[in-house]
Design a protein. Structure first.
Length: 154
């Protein structure tokens, strides 16, 4: 499971529906371990966050493709205002996808929102753990966004 989350091949059987894929990935991971205060243990939080990031990116992908067309058109027209608006719309849509999948993932593994928020705050306040999380987030996004080069520029 870690392999596909952090840069490996997409599993052939990954559900096309990001929410269902999130549920399956959470189930495949098994029990998410908690600290005494109700927060997720760091190793389990890394997995949880990777699952959420992957499926949020997948949920956002169609909207990203749509906005990329608008953004590229604005760039070609040298219309900075339209470009910025398209960029901001993309950021807002991505955040919406993240919030949706995070909420559904917390419900799926029965993690209360206050405990989730405490988990985030706890690990983001620790510089080393925050850096580890940011690297893992980047690996998950890169695994989804990297494409094999099949053509050369003529």
């Amino acid at each position: 499971m870690l392999n596909y989350l952090f840069g490996g091949e997409k599993p052939a059987d990954e559900n096309e529906n990001p929410e269902l894929a999130m549920r399956e990935a959470c189930d495949k991971h098994g029990e998410f371990q908690h600290n005494l205060d109700g927060t997720l243990k760091f190793e389990d939080y890394i997995i949880f966050r990777a699952i959420v990031m992957r499926q949020s990116c997948r949920m956002f992908a169609p909207k990203k493709a749509e906005l990329s067309v608008t953004k590229l058109a604005a760039f070609r027209e040298k219309n900075q205002q339209a470009y910025v608006e398209s960029f901001r719309a993309g950021q807002a849509e991505f955040q919406k996808a993240m919030m949706t999948i995070t909420k559904k993932a917390c419900e799926w593994i029965e993690l209360d929102q206050p405990n989730y928020q405490l988990t985030v705050r706890q690990y983001m306040e620790d510089n080393d753990k925050r850096q580890t999380l940011q690297i893992k987030d980047s690996e998950v996004r890169s695994a989804l966004e990297s494409k094999e080069v099949t053509e050369t520029i003529k």
